[in-house]
Each structure stands twice: as structure tokens, then as C-alpha cells.
Design a protein around this ligand. Structure first.
Ligand code: ADP
Ligand code: MG
Length: 723
């Protein structure tokens, strides 16, 4: 007899991937072909309108509203040429997933035909019924009005499917009362705030020409791929994206042979298909490789302006999933799809740059530039120290709890890795001008004596949640499913605050800039150096050391969210006009709700699977054993003891499983009856999650005991190795 799982195993790899005409349509030719990019704008807009639009998209100038009709007209013509019949405003509500509602261009005519219409006002403003999106109490459901507002800084694009195409317009989503109902608006606001402060600092360093500073972002995206047929037999993956059961396979990632290994044919066909889809959308997908865990992979694009990079990352996650299905695969983006092996992260590479193309975290070659670099560097690390809790909040969520603060790095303790060379420079700066004049004697302080820093001044540290990597920071603690708008909004806002403080101090001290800078940076470093840590973030003694230093260690989402209502945090977001108090509170509320809902779903799935799939399989095996023993004992006395012992074990396991499931069911019920959202969340963390683990422990043990043919769930060894 063969189980459904075995039939799957034998059918794997028979899918024929779709064929791309990669030779006749090379990558450089398809790149951006589905984007209303510069070339398309030139072709479909008048010179004058084109120039005015560019002033907004490239230089960040306010949009000239009079051009909306003409832009809409051009966009429509372009979209029709691509076969589009519909358009949609595309936005990121606080579900953290993109949202869209399609409308056709077609409008019936009096003659019984139809015309394709698209007006400026439809381009600029949409009004989806907003009542069913999470608002965190900003509005009651009867106040349904929400508006989507065209964000011209991310170009419109076409979503192409087999049966048609849709013009897709990136937008911000706000309420009738002007509160941001999305993740994008606050990100755009945070970039503006950071820009204003960074320009102040740049002016002090003599830069009179830069008009804008923006943040840059390059998110490395990790994911798993498993065969779709296995996925369909895993209700836990279907419901929540992670396995709630599964004994550790005898082979995991210990051979360290998957990382950067040769990519399997089926996977490479997928990656190639994916890359081309991304390129068509103008997403600069650059890197692809096998990751550490079996069946785990990574893609990384080239960095872009934060808001575009964040939009692009949403599309990347979407396409990772969609393209996988075409190849008979399912892409698992969850932070921890499988216990016992690595989870998925999203390394958020981050820097600041001027509109003139200067990377402000580039160490540079001249002492002058070094001084400026050091000011921005110190501003960043001060921010991370001062607002470590906020950064932790920015990456919180039930999925990421399985990485941070669990037995996987990076830890929940937020620290900064600078590398040997920069650490040395920061150490010098801390001591002030006197001790730092080591070379030549021409220079009086730590700033100007610094040698030009070679680009690879820093070694890598894979354990640090926030590491300097040459000319950018790599914020490694971001979860793989995160809509990266939010963590970057936090980061931009806290760095804006630091830059503001440093610029203000410098303006106050006045006099010789180098001298002033030395004293200001000295003060900053003294106060914030406790966040610097170049050692192993996984090590237990770091946890003890961090505690001594007074660094927060918010292990779970519940711990992190408890810190969120602090007055100084609300004031910070309000001061830099990123989130007013109402908007801030709404986000807190939504994060609590999300936590509870997700764990509740997982617990429900655990109960269902254990009770309705695993327990019946165990009982079937138990029954089979009992019958076998009975039949056998009539004819042979040999082996009775061992067989009876096996039966005892199975029976004991079945009963333990039953008890654990019943207990879990009760825990969920009692957690849900809590009097406040916070209390409910705490019960989910403190009793439901341990209850789920207890069920899992018994079930996983039984998996090792029960007849393989009877086991209902695809096993780790199958999902992770047979694809
Ligand atoms: P790693 O070796 O750390 O895995 P990758 O090359 O995979 O690095 O990815 C590094 C990411 O950092 C890329 O997305 C890259 O474009 C991005 N990056 C490089 N410079 C900057 C910068 N100045 N700002 C933001 N991101 C950057
Ligand atoms: Mg990296």
C-alpha cells in the first residue's frame, strides 16, 4: 500500500516550467517594459508635461496639479498599448499586504459601443470603501471614507496575466480626516523629515547645493520553496505559513552543503522566470543563491530610494509566490516555516544619499568628507541606542518572535556592529582631540587625522542585528514577511532626531567646525557607546553583558509592544510629523490585534490537525498493532513482550496527545475570554504557545513511532529534500 505522500514523492519534478524567450528577448530589452518609466513618459507625454512630472519624480518638487489630465491620458494610451483593460490604485493598508480594486477604462457610449476613458481626477484620487481595513480605532466602520492618492514617486506599472493586463498606480491611503491608513504615507513623511535635518548638517559642512536627502534601501529576501503537492497536505502551512508539526529530520542543515551550493535545475528555472518577471517591472533583481537551510533561497535587488524599494519588495514577495505556483512549487516567506533549521530574514541594507548622488555613509577619501561621514555615522548609532526599543517594535510580529530572542540570530537585543577599524576611530573620538593626534601633527583632532578608509574596512558579522557593512548599515533583524515601510519609517525617524540634535549642538557651539564636531561627537559617543558590540551576538555571555549595559532585550512581540505607549516615543513621531498620536496609537492597536489573531489561527490549526488527523492515524496504528498481537498470539508465543511494549507506547502516546489537545483547546478558550487585548495577547504568549508546543512535542514523538504509511502530514525530510 502506498500513502498519498509516497505517490507525491514519485511524481515530483515532472512539471515542465514555462519557457521564456530569453535569447530573443534578452534581459536588458525587457527591463522596465511594464513600467511607465522615463522612456514611456517621453513617448506618451508632451515635452512640457514630461518635464513637470520629472520635476516631481526626480527632484521631489510638489506635483503640478494642472498636468494630471494629460498624464492620465498618456498613461492610458501606454496601458492600452500593453493590452490593459483595467486600472487600479495600489496601496499598502495596515494589513501589511498590498491592496487593489480594479476598474475598467471602458465606458459605454450612446451608440452601444464603449470607449476607454481615464481622467486626471481618477489618476490622482481613488475612493475605495475603507471600512474593512484595519484602522486601529482611528475610525468606526460607519465612517468608511478613505482615499487613495497617487504617489508619482513610484512609477505606474502593468500587471500582466494570461487573460489581460491592469494599469497599476501606486498610491498612499488616507482617511477622510487625513490620518494615514497605510504604511507608505508615514515612510514618505519620515524621508522628508530626515531630509530636512540632514540638509541642515550638510550645510554646516559646506554643502550648499544638495536639495534633498533620501534614504536608500536594498532588501535581501530569504524564502523557502517546497513542492506544491506537499503544501496542499499541510493545513498548518495553508493557514499560517509555518509548520506546527514535524519531527526533526535525521538530515537537516548540519552538512552545511546547501549555502551557495549548485542550484537545482527546477529551482534555477524558477529563479530565471522570476528574475525576468521582476525585470519587466523595473525591479533590479541582482543576486540569487541557495541559503543555509535545505530548500531555502535568497534574492537581492540593487538598492533604490526607500519608498520605491519598499514598493518593489512588496511586488517581489508577491511574484515569489505567484511564479512558484507556475512551477508546481510553493514559496514560503514566513520567518520560521520549519523548526530546528534557519528561518527567513530580510536584511534591510540602509543608507542616506543626496540628490546629487553622494552616499552619506561612504567613508570617503578626504579628511573633510570623513568628518561629515563620522557625523552621520555617529548620528545613526546614537539613534539606534536611544531608540532601540522602537527599532525592536518596528520588526515585531509573531513570526519574527521565532527568530529574535529564540535560539536563532540575530538576537532581540539591538546592538550595532562597526568593525575593527571604525570601532577604533570611535574609541579615539571618545577620548577627544588630545589622544587622537597620532599622525603627522598637522591635525588637532580625531576627525581630520583619520586615514582614508579602505572600502572593506569592516569585516562581516552575521550575528549583529545592525551592522555597518562598508558604506551602509545592514539591519538584519527585519522579518522576511515584513512590509518594510514600517521598520524603515522607524529608522528614518530616529536618525532624523539624532541628526537634528547633532546639528543643533554644532550650531550652538559654533566656531571652528572641526573643534565643535570633536566635542559634540565625543559627547554622543560617551552617551551611546553601550550599543556598540562587535562580538558574537548568539553567545550567552552577550545577553548577560547587554543586561549589565542596560540594553533592552524585548524577547517577544508582547514585550516589545508593551514599550510602545511611552510618551517620548509618541512625541518623537509627532515632532517629525511622521505619525500624530492618533496614528501612532492606531498602529499599536493593530499590532496587538494582529498578534492575537495570528496566534489564535495557529492554535486553531494545531488543535484541528492533532485531533482530526494525527490522533486518528495513531489510533489506527494502535488498532492494527492490537489486532496483529491478537492474531499472532494464537499461533506463536515469540515476541509477545516487545510487541505489547510497542502497543503500550503507542497507546500511551495517543492518550497523551488527546490530553494535550484538550488542554490546548481550553487554553485558547480561556485566553480569548481575557478582558483586554493586552491581557489576551499575554495569555496567548504565556499559555497558548507553550500549550501548542506541548501538543507538538507528543505528536512529533509519535511521528517517529507510527507506521510511515499512516502518517497524514508530509514530513520534514520530504518537504525539505524532495523538490
Ligand atoms: P551580502 O553580501 O550582505 O549578502 P548582497 O550583495 O546580497 O549583500 O546585498 C547587499 C544589498 O545592499 C544589495 O541590495 C545592495 O544593493 C544594497 N546596498 C548597497 N549599497 C547600498 C546603499 N548605499 N544603500 C542601501 N543599500 C545598499
Ligand atoms: Mg547581507
Amino acid at each position: 500500500m502506498s500513502s498519498p505522500r509516497k505517490k507525491i514523492a514519485l511524481s515530483i519534478g515532472k512539471e515542465i516550467p514555462p519557457v521564456e524567450n530569453y535569447k530573443s528577448e534578452p534581459g536588458n530589452e525587457i527591463f522596465g517594459s511594464l513600467v511607465f518609466n522615463d522612456a514611456a513618459q517621453k513617448q506618451y507625454l508632451s515635452k512640457d508635461v514630461y518635464k513637470k512630472l520629472r520635476a516631481t519624480t526626480v527632484k521631489g518638487e510638489p506635483l503640478d496639479a494642472t498636468i494630471a489630465d494629460q498624464v492620465a491620458q498618456g498613461m492610458k494610451e501606454w496601458a492600452l498599448a500593453h493590452g490593459a483593460s483595467h486600472y487600479t490604485h495600489w496601496f499598502i493598508p495596515m494589513t501589511g499586504l498590498s491592496a487593489e480594486k480594479h476598474d475598467t477604462f471602458l465606458e459605454p457610449t450612446a451608440e452601444g459601443g464603449a470607449l476607454a476613458e481615464f481622467e486626471g481626477k481618477t489618476l490622482i484620487k481613488g475612493e475605495p470603501d475603507a471600512s474593512s481595513f484595519p484602522s486601529g480605532g482611528t475610525r468606526s466602520t460607519f465612517e468608511a471614507r478613505g482615499y487613495t492618492a497617487w504617489d508619482p514617486t513610484t512609477p505606474a506599472f502593468i500587471q500582466q496575466e494570461v487573460n489581460g493586463a491592469t494599469l497599476t498606480i501606486p498610491t498612499a491611503f488616507v482617511s477622510y480626516t487625513e490620518e494615514a491608513l497605510d504604511f507608505k504615507t508615514p515612510l514618505l513623511r519620515s524621508v522628508e523629515s530626515l531630509s530636512a535635518q540632514a540638509l541642515r548638517l550638510l550645510r554646516l559642512f559646506g554643502n550648499k547645493t544638495a536639495k534633498h536627502v533620501f534614504t536608500t534601501m536594498g532588501p535581501e529576501q530569504e524564502y523557502f520553496l517546497i513542492d506544491r503537492k506537499y503544501f496542499e497536505l499541510r493545513p498548518d502551512l495553508i493557514a499560517g505559513g509555518r509548520t506546527l508539526f514535524g519531527a526533526p529530520p535525521y538530515r537537516g542543515q548540519e552538512l552545511e552543503d546547501h549555502y551557495f551550493g549548485a542550484i537545482r535545475e527546477r529551482i534555477l528555472a524558477y529563479m530565471m522566470d522570476l528574475d525576468r518577471e521582476l525585470w519587466r517591472l523595473g525591479i533590479p533583481s541582482k543576486t540569487r543563491h541557495n541559503e543555509v537551510a535545505p530548500a531555502q533561497f535568497e534574492m537581492a535587488p540593487l538598492f533604490e530610494k526607500s519608498s520605491i524599494a519598499a514598493d518593489h519588495n512588496m511586488l517581489v514577495m508577491e511574484l515569489l509566490r505567484r511564479v512558484a505556483l507556475r512551477h508546481g512549487l510553493v514559496c514560503l516567506l514566513h520567518e520560521k516555516p520549519f523548526a530546528g533549521i534557519n528561518g527567513n530574514g530580510k536584511h534591510n541594507n540602509w543608507s542616506m544619499a543626496t540628490d546629487e548622488g553622494e552616499n552619506l555613509l561612504e567613508p570617503g577619501k578626504t579628511p573633510h568628507a570623513n568628518a561629515q561621514f563620522l557625523a552621520f555615522l555617529v548620528a545613526t548609532l546614537s539613534a539606534v541606542d536611544k531608540y532601540a526599543e522602537l527599532l525592536r517594535i518596528g520588526i515585531s510580529g509573531p513570526g519574527n518572535d521565532h527568530r529574535l530572542g529564540a535560539n536563532e540570530a540575530p538576537p532581540a537585543i539591538i546592538s550595532v556592529f562597526l568593525g575593527e577599524q571604525l570601532q577604533d576611530i570611535v574609541d579615539q573620538l571618545e577620548k577627544g582631540p588630545a589622544s587622537s593626534s597620532k599622525s603627522g601633527g598637522t591635525l588637532q583632532l580625531g576627525v581630520s587625522i583619520l586615514p582614508p578608509l579602505p572600502k572593506d574596512a569592516t569585516d562581516r558579522n552575521r550575528t549583529s542585528p545592525f551592522a555597518f557593512t562598508g558604506n551602509k548599515f545592514e539591519f538584519r533583524a527585519v522579518g522576511s514577511t515584513a512590509a518594510i515601510y514600517w521598520p524603515n519609517t522607524v529608522l528614518n525617524t530616529i536618525v532624523a532626531d539624532s541628526i537634528d540634535r547633532i546639528a543643533t549642538k554644532l550650531e550652538k557651539v559654533g566656531g571652528d567646525l572641526n573643534k565643535a564636531l570633536a566635542s559634540v561627537l565625543q559627547e554622543e559617543i560617551k552617551e551611546h557607546k553601550k550599543v556598540l558590540f562587535n562580538g558574537n551576538g548568539y553567545a550567552a555571555d552577550w545577553h548577560a553583558e547587554a543586561q549589565k549595559r542596560g540594553l533592552p532585550n524585548l524577547k517577544t512581540t508582547v514585550d516589545a509592544l508593551k514599550a510602545m505607549p511611552k510618551k517620548e516615543y509618541k512625541e518623537l513621531f509627532a515632532k517629525y510629523k511622521v505619525l500624530n498620536e492618533k496614528e501612532y496609537d492606531a498602529r499599536e492597536e493593530i499590532m496587538w490585534e494582529r498578534y492575537v489573531k495570528i496566534v489564535n489561527i495557529e492554535a486553531g490549526a494545531a488543535v484541528d490537525i492533532a485531533r482530526n488527523q494525527i490522533l486518528p492515524a495513531v489510533l489506527k496504528y494502535q488498532n492494527r498493532l492490537a489486532e496483529t498481537i491478537q492474531v499472532t498470539s494464537a499461533v506463536s508465543k515469540a515476541g509477545q513482550k516487545g510487541q505489547a511494549a510497542l502497543l503500550d507506547e503507542v497507546a500511551k502516546g495517543a492518550s497523551e496527545l488527546y490530553e494535550a489537545v484538550e488542554a490546548l483547546d481550553e487554553l485558547v478558550e480561556s485566553a480569548n475570554s481575557g478582558s483586554s487585548l493586552h491581557q489576551i495577547a499575554a495569555s496567548f504568549k504565556d499559555s497558548v504557545i507553550p500549550g501548542m508546543l506541548k501538543v507538538r512535542e507528543v505528536a512529533d514523538w509519535l511521528e517517529g513511532l507510527v507506521d510511515d504509511d499512516l502518517w497524514p502530514l508530509p514530513k520534514y525530510r520530504e518537504m525539505l529534500f524532495q523538490y
